[in-house]
Design a protein around this ligand. Structure first.
Ligand code: BGC
Length: 749
């Protein structure tokens, strides 16, 4: 297991949502916001400003000084976060007690969205492909700095899902299909957001969406029906691991129902999220995901996102009078919000009086380039890469997303960040975008080579350009986003046809993909190399050039399986699994109906790479796969002790050698298969180590499984409602993907 990024000092915090114009408009004030008439340094008058007290003491003091309706303010985003405003969509509150902060929420997982003057970092799926905790931490620390500087102190991210279907519109917003990889990188994201400010700022993270929010289609009118073992091991586990390694301020409950109960009024909030997974911040709803007053509060929801709808003073008063909720429950919800804001530092580190117009820095730009390069995955290469042109050579760039000049509305900007909606503009402004065309022209000139560009709209012209060049680099894209799923796993804009024509015209064709999820590659055998760069952010051009020319040796690894075809995916053969069905058995929502679509998670644990192994289906590119310009070899695999007792530490040791002729970084992965009695005939990722080796160098690598490494050798036993470590023989495999062949075994007695 890689080491934790630094967690310095006490967690500090920071914010109304600035979200696509739908949430509270950004109000920037000298803080504390309602300090105008109050001397907030008078700790005897306002004991919640007393930094010598604990957050719990301060929160209790604040609530003791509050009226009932001042307490209610904390239960809804807008009144909680704009303390002096009294009207919210026609609902009236008293002014908040003095000396509480202005809080501004912003989406989200991919950076500071819809905001000029910030760095457009690569999308989370690219971050996941780095498998690098420290880099993930650094990226999110940079996001926190830019958020705070531009007047936002809660980032609604990171997002977690389990990658049940690559059709999910938000795949690019998450970290792939493995609970451990997702949990480790989500925790690094939370820590980077919350702990990186060195006392200079306070920013809070939000973990979303709990739970089973695996599709956009009918996300507000569907039920994710999941058996308990599957939920614990596949869907809860990323949250559990994140919680174990970080301290997220809030968790967002999801739109969907889980087993027929809406996420934001589901007993899982208290019974599992808090009691079992150890969450102690506040539960925040998704936008419009609340469906009730008393049942939601009773289940453990603390704050309604955006404006008051179900947590209005009127409805809360009525629920109290009817005995449907208790005063204690209201106090508890308010307490959780206030204590979290205090513990996270929002009260003590107010937002800047004037947000900066440009928060991007050269360091952040360099970091964006690094993440884009290290998050790109070289899927195939028969030796055509790295490019080594000689003077006078020509490189043909083909496809609209290679260039910053739009062709029929499509350009590099279309794939800089994930789309807001399917096939729509992106979530990030990407003002400083450097296109592949610009960067590759510049880099090729250093070698005396020239670059031609063809936008691909005329395939005959594209083929002619390819034929005339020494090498053709063709760009294929797919734009995905929130609100709907992908219709298929094909490239958009007739990308497959374009690639086929180009590859037919020039045998030395390299394909660069800019997608948010897996795509089918019917042309894969005709391309000499395939580089997946995802939504690589503003530095996509320089990062792509770095990799194509070998200035950076590729090291990214797939955080999700690329199937040969959509038909091979775990949910494909069953409409009950996806998209889910209605009572009459159909998959199409009856006109005007609000019936809940039932989505059966009957593939169970066989999500992602587990499915392909269990079903013996060969993927196009396996989970964990990624090539380098050098080669690595694994041998001498040993587990010590070879026989152990439950709960004891096990060390997986092996030798890793760089057998090629370039320095390179390998992500050495360890997988374990549980004894047969667990009923899981497939591997699970239990750790990885990133090792940089010189040509010919070898190193002993050790990956340790300890009791602290959550659930890595356990399964959920429904008959005893507990985690079990099965006795028997465990198989271990180490290598460069889930298809690793070097292995050994150990026994648990
Ligand atoms: C999304 C959330 C997001 C919220 C507020 C919703 O549509 O599902 O992830 O945080 O909007 O922007």
């Amino acid at each position: 297991m890689t080491t934790h990024p630094p967690r310095r000092g006490v967690r500090r915090a920071v914010f109304p949502i600035a979200f696509a114009g739908l949430v509270t408009p950004l109000v920037v004030v000298a803080a504390p916001a309602n300090a105008a008439a109050a001397d907030c340094s008078d700790v005897s008058a306002y004991p919640w400003t007393d930094t010598s007290k604990t957050p719990d003491e301060r929160a209790h003091a604040l609530l003791e000084a509050s009226t009932q309706h001042q307490k209610y303010r904390w239960l809804v985003e807008q009144p909680a976060n704009s303390p002096e405003q009294t009207e919210f969509s026609g609902v009236t509150y008293p002014v908040q007690v003095p000396c509480t902060p202005t809080v501004v929420y912003t989406d989200g997982p991919d950076g500071v969205r819809f905001t000029p003057g910030v760095t457009a970092f690569p999308a989370p799926i690219s971050v996941a492909s780095t498998w690098d905790e420290q880099l993930t931490y650094d990226r999110s620390a940079a996001v926190a700095a830019e958020a705070f500087a531009t007047g936002k102190n809660v980032v609604l991210g990171p997002g977690l899902a389990s990658g049940r279907t690559p059709l999910s519109g938000r795949t690019a917003e998450y970290f792939g299909e493995d609970p451990l990889l997702t949990g480790v990188l989500a925790a690094a994201t939370v820590n980077g957001l919350q702990e990186s400010g060195d006392g200079e700022r306070a920013v809070l993270a939000n973990l979303k969406h709990y739970v089973g929010n695996e599709q956009e289609l009918d996300r507000q009118l569907s039920s994710s029906d999941i058996d308990e073992r599957t939920r614990r091991q596949i869907y809860d586990l990323p949250f559990e691991i994140t919680m174990d390694r970080s301290d997220p301020a809030s968790v967002m409950c999801s739109y969907n129902q889980i087993d027929d109960v809406y996420g934001c009024e589901n007993p899982l909030l208290d019974d599992v999220l808090r009691d079992d997974l150890g969450f102690d911040g506040y539960v925040l709803s998704d936008f419009g995901a609340v469906h009730s007053t008393a049942p939601s509060l009773d289940a453990g929801l603390d704050q309604e996102l955006n404006r008051p709808v179900f947590f209005t003073p009127e409805l809360l008063d009525q629920a109290l009078a009817a005995g449907e909720v208790t005063q204690e429950q209201i106090d508890q919800a308010a307490f959780r919000v206030v204590r979290t804001y205090l513990a996270g530092g929002l009260f003590d580190h107010p937002l800047p009086t004037t947000p900066v117009a440009d928060a991007a820095t050269p360091e952040h730009e360099a970091l964006a380039r690094r993440v884009a390069a290290e998050g790109s995955v070289l899927l195939a290469n028969d030796g055509v890469l790295p490019l080594a042109p000689t003077a006078g050579d020509t490189i043909a760039l083909i496809g609209p997303t290679a260039s910053s000049t739009p062709t029929d509305g499509i350009s590099a900007a279309s794939v800089c960040s994930m789309a807001w909606r399917f096939n729509d503009a992106g979530t990030m402004e990407c003002e400083d975008l450097v296109s592949p065309e610009t960067a590759i022209r510049e880099r090729a000139a250093q070698d005396g080579a020239t670059v031609t560009y063809s936008d691909g709209s005329d395939v005959t012209a594209a083929a002619a350009a390819a034929a005339q060049a020494d090498v053709a680099v063709v760009f294929g894209y797919q734009r995905s986003g929130e609100f709907s799923d992908l219709p298929d796993l094909r490239l958009q804009g007739d990308g497959d046809a374009l690639i086929e024509v180009v590859a037919a015209a020039n045998p030395d064709t390299v394909v660069v993909l800019q997608t948010g999820s897996a795509v089918e590659m019917p042309w894969v055998d005709d391309a000499r190399a395939v580089l997946e760069t995802w939504y690589a952010g503003e530095q996509m051009g320089p990062a792509t050039a770095d990799l194509l020319f070998g200035d950076v040796n590729p090291s990214g690894r797939l955080p999700m399986t690329f199937p040969v075809s959509l038909a091979d995916t775990p949910t494909a053969a069953s409409p009950e699994r996806y998209p889910g069905t209605f009572a009459d058995g159909s998959t199409t929502r009856p006109e005007g109906s609000t019936e809940i679509r039932q989505v059966e998670y009957s593939e169970g644990l066989q999500v992602g790479y587990r499915w392909y192994e269990a079903q013996d289906i060969e993927p196009l590119f396996a989970f964990g796969h990624g090539l380098s310009y050098t080669d690595f070899e694994y041998d001498k695999v040993k587990v010590t002790p070879a026989s152990t007792k439950e709960g004891q530490e096990v060390r997986i040791r092996f030798r890793l050698t760089n057998t090629g002729d370039r320095v390179g970084t390998e992500t050495a992965q360890a997988y374990v298969t549980l004894p047969d009695s667990a009923g899981e005939p497939f591997r699970r990722l239990v750790g990885w180590e990133q090792v940089t080796l010189q040509p010919g160098e070898h190193r002993k690598v050790e990956i340790t499984l300890t009791a602290e490494d959550l659930r890595l050798a356990q399964y959920w036993d429904e008959s005893t409602d507990s985690w079990q470590t099965p006795r028997g023989t465990y198989q271990v495999h180490v290598g460069g993907s889930v298809e690793a062949t070097a292995g050994t075994t150990f026994r648990v007695r």
